[in-house]
Design a protein around this ligand. Structure first.
Ligand code: URA
Length: 189
């Protein structure tokens, strides 16, 4: 399921529906979704203003297993890619590794969320006609409480990006591998 808002410039893409989402046909309405709504609120965004989708549209198992690359490869071209064409977003927020690795493409597949979260990727780096901003999945802090601060920080940095004030990706994150892969990383300012 996806929830597309006509004219929305921001599209959030999570992983795959859980049981609530599959039952109601609406993305991010369960526990992770409620927390997502809260995170949006911390940066002054109302859910009704933005589009929300998932990389994979059906449940892989009854236990919320992470979709495998072959699931993503089958599903995303059929649905998510069509949504991107319809929506023409300016910024796509890739929440979690499944979404980020798919949206960023092959060149970035070996990078960990630890390396790329909180960072914007520009069209000349990805070949996509929008900025991809990578964040942890909203549920990342449920599984690993040490990530909770970073989940909030990513949304704070998204706010800065939207306001044109993300001067420079956080210094602690560009690792050697990141610098190697992204020599074109530049200050948006
Ligand atoms: N987690 C996701 O990634 N997507 C949903 O829709 C619900 C939970």
């Amino acid at each position: 399921p996806a929830q597309l808002v006509e004219g929305a410039e921001l599209l959030f893409v999570a992983e795959a529906p859980g049981s609530n989402e599959a039952k109601d046909g609406v993305p991010l309405i369960g526990k992770a979704g409620k927390f997502f709504d809260h995170l949006l609120g911390t940066i002054g965004i109302n859910r009704a203003e933005v589009s929300v989708s998932n990389t994979v549209k059906c449940r892989i198992s009854t236990s919320n297993d992470t979709p495998k690359p072959e699931h993503v490869a089958l599903c995303a071209p059929l649905w998510l890619e069509q949504e991107l064409v319809l929506q023409q977003p300016k910024v796509v927020v890739a929440m979690g590794a499944v979404s980020a690795h798919y949206l960023l493409g092959e060149k970035f597949r070996s990078l960990l969320m630890e390396e790329i979260h909180g960072l914007p990727f520009y069209p000349d780096e990805t070949g996509r006609p929008f900025i991809v901003f990578a964040t942890y999945h909203p549920a990342a802090g449920f599984h690993d409480s040490t990530k909770m601060g970073a989940v909030y920080d990513d949304f704070r940095d998204l706010r800065l990006l939207l306001d044109g004030q993300l001067a420079r990706p956080r210094d602690e994150y560009p690792t050697p591998s990141y610098e190697e892969i992204l020599p074109s990383l530049r200050d948006p300012a």
